[in-house]
Write a protein that binds this ligand. Sequence first.
Ligand SMILES: [Zn+2]
Length: 218
Amino acid sequence: MRPSQPESQTNITDFLKTLSITPDKTVRMHQVHSNTVAWVDSKDAGNVKENTDGLLTQEKNLFLCVVTADCIPLLFFDKKKEYSGVAHAGWKGIYSEIIKMLTRQMKSLGSNPSDIIVGIGPCIRSCCYAISEERAEQFKKKFAPETGFLKQQDEKIFLDLPYLAKRQLDAAGIPEHNIEDTLLCTADDTKKCYSYRKEGSNFGEFMGIIGRKGTTQI
Ligand SMILES: [Zn+2]
């Protein structure tokens, strides 16, 4: 969604209303660009998890939220175990491999990677995400010998975060056909999306949400 004033509780409540969900059934995160993933249940309903960038649950009618502007919002669902998950992954989250942490936790709880479906939401893409030489070196060192995540154009270096996200999902054993990517670039499509890089300090944010209502996944 792209609400007009995303940080206001009213807009969040209105958005949730369109899904017939009340805020007391959600779990939100105080996101800090970490690789910390928290398992939550009904005791966490209505709460904000501090210093967390990933959530997992098996609870019905508990809805996990991730809020982003340029970072990648990822939604996870295990069709067999019925685990729902969210992750917030900017460059720091990708660098510190939050996807690995989250999928590792799912697998330790019995998930078979082939049962996990993943949604990659709008985020800043390699078309718009210019980075410094220093950052590029940092990523090269970490993910060597892989280099497909960097693109050079007009003497600028661009980082492809969703590419790395997909590599990490692949490394976790999740089949490519289980991954759905919106392919939206937040910096290109500011009518639909918010972009910190494009909009500066007045940037807005949008929310990704996943959970199971009764027996229905949304
Ligand atoms: Zn772009």
